[in-house]
Design a binder for this molecule. Structure first.
Ligand code: SAH
Ligand code: SF4
Length: 397
């Protein structure tokens, strides 16, 4: 299609910021107050500005109508109200899901997803926003579209929270608001830990975005130092660990970070997080037919998680072009779930909602990047077939 531009991550274009003003939402409230005072304005003006940012989700400093023009001018000279230069929204799943492709100021692209869960008796309406923490990802899980892009750069705090403010603005037009935030978009949150923690703190701060702390989830492919950093903070957030395999040799292939942080140590670190916070840890398991969905795999997951404060989510793999793999059939997923259930490990089978949470993420940006050369796809498929076969031959190793 003619509106497809090459993705800078792939094209290797160096960062060329067109605008180096930082995002206002990356400032702590005290720093914003100090800055406003340094400009010769009373402190309460900072509270007014914060109100525009966090309650009305303004994307433009000119929209801060009650601030004096001189303060608006000074603000606009030093900061941006919004770090997302351009956003294209595409509906999916009969409008219940919407995906946004955001272009950052330096031209890089990231994506976020809104999922609406209409209320039913006894359950309130929910609107979950899935956000990115990096442009691209260095971990390189072979079933993930973001992994295929490679690593671009870390997002800063403002770029992370501005994705949530984008959807808050979008929902406000319908009289709704964001109820849940999950770090399951592009990137590995715990390889950008400080910006992610600062963003999460801004989101749950009652004086800023005001999300309930229990309504925030950080997903990780298993970065142990990052999990330990979170544990020390003891936040009420949910930790989700992308497990995908319990057998080390298979997990080495599916989540290459396993070579650095072995699955057993990851689960111990996650268990310590659960103990420190009282929060049940979620284990995400993407179901790939005849790769990680065998009875032996289910037994291995049961043995690993039995007796822990854990919950397993089984998610059919969303097909991506560069893998030879297919999603598991519903029958195989049910059989897998039964093994966990019988071992007393809580398990939920997720339906693939319009290419569900994480599955959706990374794919828009990958599409935008254009299809990789068929020969590259073929080489990659062949390598994965070999590695998958080798890992399977490794049995319980
Ligand atoms: N990097 C972090 C968070 C982003 S990925 C992590 O890996 O946890 C969010 C979730 O989407 C992960 O559980 C990831 O494994 C999953 N995911 C990635 N590609 C997928 C696909 N093709 N189908 C289904 N889930 C996928
Ligand atoms: Fe990175 Fe997560 Fe994708 Fe793995 S699944 S490549 S860690 S974004």
């Amino acid at each position: 299609m003619s509106d497809r531009r090459p993705l800078p991550i792939l094209a290797g274009i160096p960062d060329q910021p067109t605008d180096d003003r930082p995002g206002l939402t990356g400032l702590l409230p005290d720093d914003l107050s100090a800055w406003v005072e340094s400009q010769g304005h009373p402190r309460y003006r900072a509270r007014q500005a914060a109100d525009f940012l966090w309650r009305r989700h303004v994307a433009d400093i000119d929209g801060m109508r009650t601030l004096p023009a001189s303060l608006r001018g000074a603000l606009a000279a030093s900061y941006r109200a919004d770090t997302l230069a351009e956003t294209v929204v595409r509906p999916a799943d009969a409008g219940l899901t919407e995906k946004a492709l955001h272009t950052l100021v330096d031209g890089r692209m990231i994506e976020s997803v809104l999922m609406r869960y209409p209320g039913r008796p006894g359950r309130r309406d929910r609107a979950t926003v899935c956000i990115s923490s990096q442009a691209g990802c260095a971990v390189g899980c072979p079933f993930c579209a973001t992994g295929e892009l490679g690593f671009g750069r870390d997002l800063d705090t403002a770029e992370i929270v501005d994705q949530v403010r984008f959807w808050a603005r979008h929902l406000a037009a319908e009289g709704r608001h964001v109820t849940n935030v999950v770090f399951m978009g592009m990137g590995e949150p715990l390889l950008n830990t400080e910006a992610v923690i600062a963003a999460a703190q801004a989101l749950v701060d009652p004086a800023r975005f005001g999300l309930g702390g229990r309504h925030l989830t950080v997903s990780t492919s298993g970065v142990i130092p990052g999990i330990e950093r979170l544990t020390a903070l003891r936040p009420p957030w949910t930790l989700a660990v992308s497990l995908h395999a319990a057998r080390p040799s298979l997990r080495d292939v599916l989540v290459p970070l396993n070579r650095r942080y072995p699955v057993r140590d990851v689960v111990e670190a996650a268990t310590a997080y659960g103990a420190a916070t009282g929060r049940r840890v979620s284990y995400e398991y993407v179901m790939i037919e005849a790769i990680n969905d065998t009875a032996a795999d289910a037994e291995a997951v049961a043995a690993l998680l039995r007796g822990r404060l854990a919950h397993v989510n089984l998610i059919p793999m969303n097909p991506v072009a560069h893998t030879p793999w297919r999603p598991s059939t519903p029958e195989r997923i049910e059989a897998f779930a039964r093994v966990l259930d019988e071992a007393g490990v809580p398990v939920t089978v997720r339906r693939n909602r319009g290419e569900e949470i994480g599955a959706a993420c990374g794919q828009l940006a990958a599409e935008q990047a254009g299809a990789p050369a068929p020969s590259a796809v073929l080489r990659r498929r062949e390598r994965l077939e070999r590695e998958g076969a080798a890992a399977l031959a490794g049995g319980n190793g």
